[in-house]
Write a protein that binds this ligand. Structure first.
Ligand SMILES: Nc1ncnc2c1ncn2[C@@H]1O[C@H](COP(=O)(O)OP(=O)(O)OP(=O)(O)O)[C@@H](O)[C@H]1O
Length: 600
């Protein structure tokens, strides 16, 4: 049932709009072949081995004819036991040759398929790194992960065994048929009539099961998504006592998958027996009519024996080919899902390399939305001179984070212009642009590695001394030295062995290490105690001095000294000015500030 398991593996979530069947089979196959270029010698070798093993099976079967006719029926006339033994040794040697060829073919194909999978994974990962942030917004983590696992795996499985089996199946089929015609053309007619019946019934069942496989793959994708979300949100699930609901959701997806799998596997499962039984019918008819020909027309016993052997062999490759079809289709669909990502448009990173960036940012009538026709920011204009501190305030969802996302070109604006030192950021080299902007976000992302390596993420060529200096600037040095291994302490699972405040301090240290003249900070001091908050604030203040800074403020008290405060509402700047100017205006900021003051 290689076809069935293969097809099951070839799942992995849907990209929403994508079908699970290969859309462009020819191109996908050609492209897959390009992944075998590096191992073309091994591939050629493997194909030669397939030919050798097919030929030896056919030849060894054929040898049975002289063995029976000459050395068994004509035992006494043709040299007795010695000749018979010799003939059997030759026959066994030919079989042995086939076994050896199969062994080498498997070995070679393993190299070919593993190398192709290696390159496929590499290309996928390298390309994924170049895709824009919006791509990651649109695709769930579980779905993307499954490209590396399920999809690449099923392609590997196909290259490793299925493709060879298909090739050998076709060769055996053609070879067997040729040998049958050669042995007795009249008897071949039976197979000639039966073959289309066998092939068509196999194809009918394949097309049926393929339809259900597509549904099954979609369901499996949904189930994977559900599991992934529940695992990554386990704390939230637990704290809101959502376990029952989670189990209920899971049960729904699980049932759905079960139903689809039963249908898909029913057709996949009966395919083998149906084709096999039709093959048996062919075999019996051949044996019967062959027997009659022996009696009435003098057809030799050896000829009849090898003919029925061929007739029985005949249905095996058909059976195999039809069974492999599902694996092949799901592997091709998997390969397409991988290629789909590899073909996605990458961020345009080319452009001028700015030097001596001062850090003056101007937004000129910028309009932007994440989804077509739904603008999130409308006609935003602002000027941030070198070293100035610009703060954004406003209710949740007003668009504060979105503005900062645009400065780093995580998303492309619809209209207007953003300039860095007077140059449109779209004309700048993306990497250089981002090198000039440091980010301190609310959700710190730490990678598996030491504290030192994590801070060095801010600037890869920084020396240990520079890293330590940055940690000192960020007020992180003290706590780091108190960790079990100091700067060499290994952080795991996104720094889950650190506190929220400590993670934030590392985040600031990272930004401090970067020499970027522009700094974007999403203030996140709400989740830490007052002492840590003071430390974080100090770290941030030191970081901000002589950098152009954009602060997304959650506490109005920390931005009183900002050069300009932008009050955002529904994607528009409704008020702007210094703290004093805004208070004097007695508008929205005044309301927010006095409301806060009362709370304080
Ligand atoms: N990746 C995204 N895809 C689609 N819509 C988004 C995305 N990110 C944000 N939005 C939408 O854009 C709007 C502005 O979001 P934004 O994150 O800029 O708000 P914010 O002012 O920073 O809010 P908060 O103070 O809660 O962080 C919201 O309506 C939000 O739903």
């Amino acid at each position: 049932m290689g076809g069935v398991t293969g097809a099951m593996k070839g799942t992995g979530g849907s990209m929403g709009k994508k079908k699970e069947r290969p859309k462009n089979t020819k191109n996908t196959i050609i492209r897959l072949f390009s992944y075998m270029k590096e191992t073309k010698l091994q591939l050629a070798g493997a194909l030669c081995c397939v030919l050798a093993s097919t030929a030896s099976t056919l030849a060894a079967s054929y040898m049975l004819r002289p063995v029976i006719n000459n050395y068994i029926i004509g035992f006494n006339e043709n040299g007795g036991i010695k000749s018979l033994a010799m003939a059997l040794v030759v026959m066994a040697s030919v079989y042995l040759l086939g076994v050896l060829a199969t062994y080498f073919q498997a070995k070679l194909m393993l190299k070919v398929s593993q190398r192709a999978m290696f390159s496929l994974r590499r290309d996928l990962f390298v390309h994924m790194q170049k895709l824009p942030v919006s791509f990651f917004d649109m695709n769930s983590k579980g779905d993307l992960m499954s490209r590396y696992t399920n999809d690449v795996d099923v392609v590997g499985e196909m290259l490793n065994s299925t493709a060879v089996q298909l090739f050998s199946g076709i060769m055996t089929l053609v070879g067997t048929f040729a040998m049958m015609i050669y042995t007795n053309i009249w008897l071949s007619l039976i197979t000639f009539v039966m073959a289309p019946v066998i092939i068509y019934s196999g194809r009918f069942l394949v097309s049926r099961s393929r339809k259900y496989y597509a549904a099954q793959q979609k369901s499996l994708g949904a189930l994977n998504g559900c599991i992934e979300e529940t695992i990554s949100g386990q704390r939230v699930v637990k704290v809101f006592c959502h376990e029952k609901q989670a189990v209920e959701d899971f049960r729904k997806y699980n049932y759905d998958l079960k139903d689809k799998q039963i249908k898909a596997q029913f057709f996949g499962g009966i395919m083998g027996p149906v084709v096999g039984n039709l093959g048996q019918v062919n075999y019996s008819l051949t044996a019967m009519i062959g027997g009659i020909l022996c009696v009435l027309k003098g057809f030799d016993i050896g000829g009849l024996t090898i003919f029925v052997t061929y007739a029985r062999q005949f249905s095996r490759p058909i059976n195999e080919i039809t069974m492999q079809m599902n694996t092949i289709f799901s592997a091709l669909a998997g390969a397409e899902r991988v290629f789909d990502i590899c073909d996605m448009e990458v961020e345009d990173v080319t452009g001028d390399i700015p030097d001596n960036v001062k850090g003056e940012i101007v937004m000129d009538d910028v309009t932007f939305g994440y989804r077509k026709d739904t603008p999130v920011l409308k006609h935003i204009s602002l000027v941030a001179k070198k070293g100035q501190k610009i703060a954004f305030v406003g209710s949740t969802g007003a668009g504060k984070t979105t503005i900062t996302n645009l400065l780093t070109r995580f998303y492309e604006i619809w209209d207007g212009r953003i300039t860095l030192d007077g140059r449109d950021i779209r004309t700048l080299n993306m990497e250089e642009l981002r090198k000039n902007i440091a980010l301190v976000l609310q959700d710190t992302h730490l990678f598996t590695g030491t504290v030192m390596e994590n801070i060095r993420y801010g600037r890869l060529d920084a020396s240990d001394e520079e890293v330590i200096a940055a940690a000192k600037t960020a007020n992180a040095d003290y706590f780091i030295r108190h960790l079990s291994e100091g700067y060499d302490t290994v952080l795991e699972g996104d720094g889950s062995n650190l506190s929220q405040g400590q993670r934030q301090l590392l985040n600031i240290a990272r930004a401090a290490l970067s020499k970027a003249p522009v700094l974007i900070m999403d203030e996140a001091t709400s989740s830490v105690d007052t002492i840590t908050e003071r430390q974080i604030q100090d770290g941030m203040d030191r970081l901000m001095s002589d950098r152009t800074t954009f602060v997304i403020a959650h506490r109005l008290s920390t931005i009183r000294n900002a050069d300009a405060i932008m009050v955002l509402e529904n994607g528009e700047i409704i008020e702007w000015g210094t703290h004093e100017q805004l208070l004097a205006m007695k508008g929205r900021y005044y309301e927010l500030y006095t409301g806060k003051a009362e709370l304080d």
